[in-house]
Design a protein around this ligand. Structure first.
Ligand code: PBG
Length: 329
């Protein structure tokens, strides 16, 4: 069995047609979710220095662009508001302002493009004066249970604005349960919860924090008292079990490229879908190597295909639009 020369594995690699029909995984524009950074105001567009090719844009420009992306086959956006620093506070009240930037964007996008899925980020880092995902005490410790109350209000304000999926990315314990309960009791029984189940305390988030304007606030502090240790794998199973029990519809692993073992493990262990998030640092590394001619552009497709092969049902990627464009030609 499977022994040379009885079996020659190269036979199936000899011609292009055979390689194509024998390929196990494919990428389509429908595989991607596009993360976007939203600015207040109108007709504003700012390049993000550490993420070449990615911009923060105001809502009017975003709506125009989103029409094009949806036509390319992109099914959903994940929205990140870059709010006026004057609105940031210790108690993060702006996070659940019904007329805040995220809530306004959700309403306007739903109105313009009802068929485009909207995923909203539930976490306090864009709204906190200190850059953490939760509220802190006098000693700078991130407080779990106090944060949960605010996250539930934030998730409800997104659902009320029309978000299809609320996505808690904060890594507080018990957040899925409290958000699910709040959604149920307010009648939002159809709102999906995408849980950032295995979100690691990663240095690959650095360009994102610059994009959001939270890196200055965070300074030298890190998020390792709530995000997972990159050295750990089993712990991801514990996180997943809690999330499923508490009412998550979809699990997510983040970052993606160096964490494909976790994607694989969760997708094998549980029947609920697992998404992946190819983060800002993964994007920036590849982009800069390509721009300098050190690596060919094909590495983008390769990296995303590997993430899909590992078991990701859909992938958040800053390459979503570029790839959807090239795949539709
Ligand atoms: C925080 C959040 C982060 C990202 C998404 N939501 C970063 C962090 O934990 O500091 C990272 C996304 C990226 O790097 O592309 N709620």
């Amino acid at each position: 069995m499977h022994q040379f020369p009885h079996t020659r594995l190269r036979r199936s690699r000899m011609s292009s047609f055979a390689r194509t029909i024998l390929q196990e995984n494919w990428l389509t524009p429908q595989d991607f979710i596009y993360p976007v950074f939203i600015l207040p105001g109108q007709d504003r567009r700012e390049p993000i220095p550490n993420m070449p090719g990615i911009e923060r844009v105001s809502l009017d420009l975003l709506i125009d662009a989103a029409k094009h992306w949806h036509r390319l086959g992109i099914q959903a956006l994940n929205l990140y508001p870059c709010i006026d620093p004057a609105l940031k506070s210790d108690d993060c009240q702006e996070a659940y302002n019904p007329n805040g930037l995220a809530q306004t964007a959700i309403r306007a996008l739903k109105d313009a493009l009802p068929g485009l899925g909207l995923i909203s980020d539930v976490a306090l880092d864009p709204f906190s004066s200190h850059g953490h995902d939760g509220v802190i005490d006098g000693k700078g410790r991130v407080l779990n249970d106090e944060t949960l109350e605010i996250l539930a209000k934030q998730a409800l304000s997104h659902a009320a604005a029309g978000a299809d999926i609320v996505a808690p990315s904060d890594m507080m314990d018990g957040r899925i349960g409290i958000i699910r309960k709040a959604l149920e009791s307010d009648g939002f029984t159809d709102t999906l919860i995408l849980s950032y189940t295995a979100k690691y305390a990663s240095h690959y988030y650095a360009p994102f924090r610059t994009a959001l304007g939270s890196s200055g606030n965070l300074g030298k502090k890190d998020k390792s008292s709530y995000q997972m240790n990159p050295a750990n794998r089993q712990e991801a199973l514990l996180e997943a079990e809690q999330d499923i029990q508490e009412g998550a519809d979809i699990l997510m692993v983040k970052p993606a490229g160096h964490y494909v073992d976790i994607i694989h493990q969760l997708s094998q262990a549980y029947p609920i879908p697992v998404f992946a998030f190819q983060v800002s640092g993964e994007y920036a590394m590849q982009k800069m190597a390509i721009e300098q001619g050190i690596l060919p552009p094909e590495i983008v497709m390769e990296s995303l295909l590997c993430i899909k092969r590992a078991g990701a049902r859909a992938i958040h990627s800053y390459y979503a639009i570029e790839l959807a464009e090239s795949l539709s030609h």
